[in-house]
Structures are given as structure tokens and as C-alpha cells.
Design a protein around this ligand. Structure first.
Ligand SMILES: [Zn+2]
Ligand SMILES: [Zn+2]
Length: 256
């Protein structure tokens, strides 16, 4: 059975990725409105109410701002670490009355016939995680908001058949752009985001098994899909197709 992945939206104005494998339908993050998620899934013939759960990466608004809608309107259970769940309560981005399944970062979840591995990230969230969805024959990573290229990232990417990998900013655009200095420092600092070059080097060094990669969480102001793809082409010379998730629209289905 194949693994199907669709980015409904990716970037600092909202994140939500759909994955289906072994008869289990999941969303990763709930950072776009319920209406948009519903419409963009419907575009692919998928009813959002048929989704089995929402994996939350961390409590930043671009990942969880609409989690309460997914809980209340669509009755979807959330999966989050205890600390992330507590932070979501503080920011009122989740409903305390909705269903939640708590886990510890590093734990492997069993959801239907899927194994979902959770990987701690050094991003500036209380307890951020990235996910590897293991359907047995195929392994898909959703790896964004990574902080920096941490030790466990390479081996994780080396184990994957498909990946959504953060490729957040072009260093020159960030440098010459008009963001305040503190924000520039945060983005390129060890708890911020991965640049196009860092992302390209990770794929080049570790993407041995990859059938495709989809660049994700591109910055609105410090990147464009064209520039990100160009950096990956020039520096990565990847032997597999590379796509770029959009900040404002749904992608085609990517299949493993
Ligand atoms: Zn983010
Ligand atoms: Zn974040």
C-alpha cells in the first residue's frame, strides 16, 4: 500500500500536512483555518472528518492556531507532548474539552497500522518534535522548525523514503532584508530555522534512500520557491525530484 502526502500549506503563516498510509489518515499541525483545511483536502477528494488524528509539532501559532477548530468542529483527536499541550492551553489554541493523546518526545506512537516516531528538535519551543511516519515498507519524515542541523537529523533523513524538510531562508535575503536584527539573529540562530544551504547539505549528505523531497516552511520575506529550489539544485545536485511546498496553496499528492 502506498503512502500519500499533501501539503495543505507550509510556512510562517500556517502549517498543515496530510499523510495517508496503511489506511490511517493524519494531519501534521493545525495552523490553517478549519475551512481552508477542509477545502484543500476536498480538492483532493478527502473528507477532513475521515482524518484519524492531528500530530502537533510545537506550540507556535503557525502550527496550532486553529487546533481547537479541528477538535470541536471535526472531532479530531490531537497528539502532543505534555509540555506542548500545556503551552497550547496557555495560548488558548486548543480546547481542553477536546480529545488529546499525550506522549513524551522521543516516544514511538502506534496509530492503527502505523508507527509514528517522534524526534526532539532544538527549536525555540517548549518541547518541539518532528515526525517520522513508518508504514513498514515506506518511511516519510515531516521535519520542520528544526533549530539547527542537530546530531540525530542526519540518521533520521538517511532512514527515509520521502521527506518534507525545512528550507526556511536564503541567507543573503535575510541579511539584506528589513527584519529587526534580533529577529534575524533568532532565525539563523541555533533555535531558529534551517537555511536553504543547510537543508541542501542535509539532503546531499544523508538522502541516500529518498524517492523525493519537498522543501517546507519557506519564509515569506526571506525566500522564494525558485531561490530555494535553485540552491538545492546548485549545492545539493540531488538525484531525486525536489518539490517546494507553497505558503498559500495546496500541493499535488506526493506518493511513496
Ligand atoms: Zn513554524
Ligand atoms: Zn516554530
Amino acid at each position: 500500500m502506498s503512502t500519500v502526502a499533501i501539503s495543505l500549506q507550509s510556512g510562517s503563516s500556517g502549517n498543515c500536512i496530510f499523510v495517508e498510509a496503511n489506511g490511517v489518515r493524519l494531519l501534521v499541525d493545525a495552523g490553517i483555518s478549519g475551512k481552508q483545511a477542509e477545502l484543500r483536502l476536498a480538492h483532493h477528494g478527502i473528507d477532513i472528518r475521515s482524518v484519524h488524528g492531528v500530530l502537533i509539532t510545537h506550540e507556535h501559532a503557525d502550527h496550532v492556531s486553529c487546533a481547537h477548530v479541528y477538535q470541536k468542529k471535526f472531532h479530531l483527536p490531537l497528539y502532543a507532548t505534555g509540555k506542548t499541550w500545556a503551552a497550547m492551553q496557555r495560548y488558548r489554541s486548543a480546547s481542553a474539552h477536546g480529545e488529546v493523546r499525550l506522549f513524551s518526545a522521543g516516544e514511538t506512537l502506534k496509530i492503527g497500522a502505523l508507527r509514528v516516531e517522534t524526534l526532539s528538535t532544538p527549536h525555540d519551543a517548549v518541547d518541539g518534535v518532528a515526525y517520522v511516519i513508518d508504514a513498514g515498507s515506506r518511511r516519510l519524515g515531516v521535519l520542520t522548525d528544526l533549530g539547527h542541523v542537530f546530531t540525530e537529523l542526519g540518521p533520521a533523513v538517511a532512514s527515509l523514503d520521502g521527506v518534507f524538510l525545512e528550507s526556511n531562508y536564503d541567507p543573503d535575503m535575510l541579511e539584506t532584508g528589513d527584519y529587526p536584527m534580533a529577529l534575524k539573529r533568532r532565525i539563523r540562530g541555533p533555535a531558529g530555522h534551517l537555511s536553504n544551504l543547510e537543508s541542501a547539505n542535509v539532503l546531499k549528505a544523508h538522502g541516500k534512500r529518498l524517492l523525493w523531497a519537498c522543501l517546507a516552511h519557506l519564509s515569506q520575506n526571506n525566500n522564494t520557491p525558485r531561490i530555494a529550489l535553485h540552491t538545492h539544485r546548485e549545492h545539493g545536485k540531488h538525484p531525486f525530484p525536489v518539490h517546494a511546498a507553497r505558503r498559500d496553496s495546496v500541493t499535488d499528492a506526493l506518493v511513496l
